[in-house]
Design a protein around this ligand. Sequence first.
Ligand code: AKG
Ligand code: FE2
Length: 311
Amino acid sequence: MVVHQVEKINGDINHQKFIQDIYPQRKPFLISGHDLGPCMHKWNADYLADVGGQQMVKLHVATQDKMNFITKNFSYKTLPFKEFIRRASATENQHYFFQPKEKYYLRSLGNDPRKEIANFMEQFPALVDDINLPQYYESSAFFSSVLRISSGNLQIWTHYDVMDNTLIQITGRKRVVLFSPQDASNLYLQGDKSAIVDIDNPDLQKYPKFASVTRYECVLEPGDILFIPAMWFHNCGALDFSIGINVFWRHLDYSYYDSRDTYGNKDLLPAARANQILDRAIKALGELPDDYKDFYARRLVSKIENLCYLK
Ligand SMILES: O=C(O)CCC(=O)C(=O)O
Ligand SMILES: [Fe+2]
């Protein structure tokens, strides 16, 4: 397995420099030195508990340090924001759902999560003036802004999103491991998520192709901004009690995206269509005896590789 460090850029990057130098490369960059504003000294547990108050938030609650979407070793629970912050910032709690050392993760949602996208500015208006978000994209391309707050030592599964993204770290540190879209066939995907939960000690008997991936690693410190291009897989793990925001925006024209997408992870419309057509192709091959089916399946795979893979 090859390991790279994510390339770092020190210094303030303005919109023009981002668009010219960083954006066209379609690879992750860690940008430090952007002035995020007063949030950098204001946002601690006490302040957020005061500001967030009694509004109810939906959380992931986990009793292990790696959330696993296959075995579902976490639950969805609701708490007042204030209580959530109190619990997430402590390592052990008197009040809990399952056990004193359980962990909490907030991914903020829209007011009506099924229909509305998350917009941190609308859901947490009292926090807006504290933060000076970088504006690397055209305003019209904005998709969502998501508040992400996590207990220390908690990892979420490797996945991709279909939007371009800046993951902005405000309080605490977060380790991020990324994989290129070209490693998609080595990650044992189930939808947008990788089935490999422990990327540091993977079961290579079960997941042999994972041995050939290239890892891109970084640790975000408070103030750091990670640019994650669409389709880059990321595995994020808070090392400490962590407060961050991520902003998703569209890289491509509106017409490529599913208008019902509220999370930023529904496949692009042409890809979803291709997937349906492929299901039909597989059904057609199913009419053949197994050995003929195998033969034609290999030919189809070669055809896709030859005609569609980046050279
Ligand atoms: O930072 C995290 O906890 C997850 C971030 C993430 O998945 C994203 O920004 O798309
Ligand atoms: Fe993500």
